[in-house]
Design a protein around this ligand. Structure first.
Ligand code: RIB
Length: 291
């Protein structure tokens, strides 16, 4: 069983700050580092490190070679990644003393997701395979519909939450992985229990995983609910913790592992990721989960 992840690949410019900059304020950053990231790339790396057979699809600009190299080093199939004339998409990330972040994302207008790119990405995938998408790239609605028409299962990490989510065929998604902000955006609720209840009612066929930071995570599947604690970690940088969770959870789900085990391993992996700086480099290998 394979998974196609159609997602963003960014270079992250990460600034260490005493506190996240507020409107009207100017602050001097304590350090700057550059990492490979992007919700799509991070999730492909996490899937691969968790042992899944993953193919990444998407666009890189003329200077995106480091992003491609990182995916290849991790055993990700990059035959559906295309290079275009634009510059790479990148982020400016502030990380404060508690490891909390805020992210400004910019994608060059030339990095356009075309029908041809989507068709090429889906070639060879069919029943039994999965498609994973996030909400950092445009036009994910047609892609989700085309994957369903091929008999694939679909997983959605609706991040970042914004109006383009309204264009997605949410009723046909098989697995949602989302945090409280995204869950709140989709349901209009603020409390985790209410968010989960509403998602369960709206998408009764889906497996829905709501991550709650230090409060762990909760998963709704049919009439069952599974709760998972978070593992203690000295938080250095929370960037890509959610992506790590997503990759590890889905890798287990694809292998047919019981949901409590999928949640437990995803939670362990995310705890390791927050204890390290950067996005993709912070994602652990499976052997590290046993240590
Ligand atoms: O989820 C973390 C990622 O979000 C970062 O790597 C950054 O590129 C943004 O896409």
């Amino acid at each position: 069983m394979r998974i196609l992840n159609f997602g963003s690949m960014n270079l992250d410019f990460v600034y260490e700050v005493e506190g996240i900059v507020r409107p009207g304020e100017t602050v001097r950053a304590l350090s700057r580092r550059t990492y490979c990231g992007g919700k799509g790339l991070n999730q492909s790396v996490a899937l691969a490190r968790a042992g899944a057979d993953v193919c990444h699809a998407g666009l890189i600009g003329t200077d995106g070679a480091p992003l491609l190299a990182l995916l290849q080093e991790n055993g990700v199939d990059v035959s559906r990644v295309e290079q275009t004339e634009g510059l790479f998409s990148h982020t400016v990330i502030q990380v404060d003393k508690r490891g909390q972040n805020c992210i400004l994302f910019y994608a060059d207008g030339l990095l356009r997701v075309t029908d041809a790119l989507q068709e090429h990405a889906l070639e060879g995938f069919g029943p039994g395979d999965w498609l994973l998408v996030q909400n950092e790239l445009e036009r994910m609605g047609p892609l989700l519909r085309a994957a369903k028409a091929r008999g694939m299962k679909t997983a959605l990490n609706p991040s970042p939450a914004n109006d383009s989510l309204r264009e997605l065929p949410l009723g046909s998604v098989d697995c949602f992985l989302l945090n409280e902000v995204e869950g709140g955006w989709l349901t209009g609720e603020t409390e985790p229990e209410a968010i989960l209840q509403r998602l369960r009612a709206q998408y009764p066929e889906a497996v829905t995983v709501l991550t709650l930071g230090e409060a762990g995570s909760v998963c709704a599947a049919g009439t069952k609910t599974f709760r998972q604690k978070s593992y203690p970690a000295d938080a250095v940088d929370t960037t890509a913790a959610g992506d790590t969770f997503t990759g590890y959870f889905l890798a287990g789900l694809l292998r047919g592992e019981p949901l409590p085990r999928c949640l437990d391993r995803a939670s362990r992996a995310a705890a390791i990721a927050v204890s390290r700086p950067g996005a993709a480099p912070s994602i652990p290998f499976t052997r590290e989960l046993e240590e």
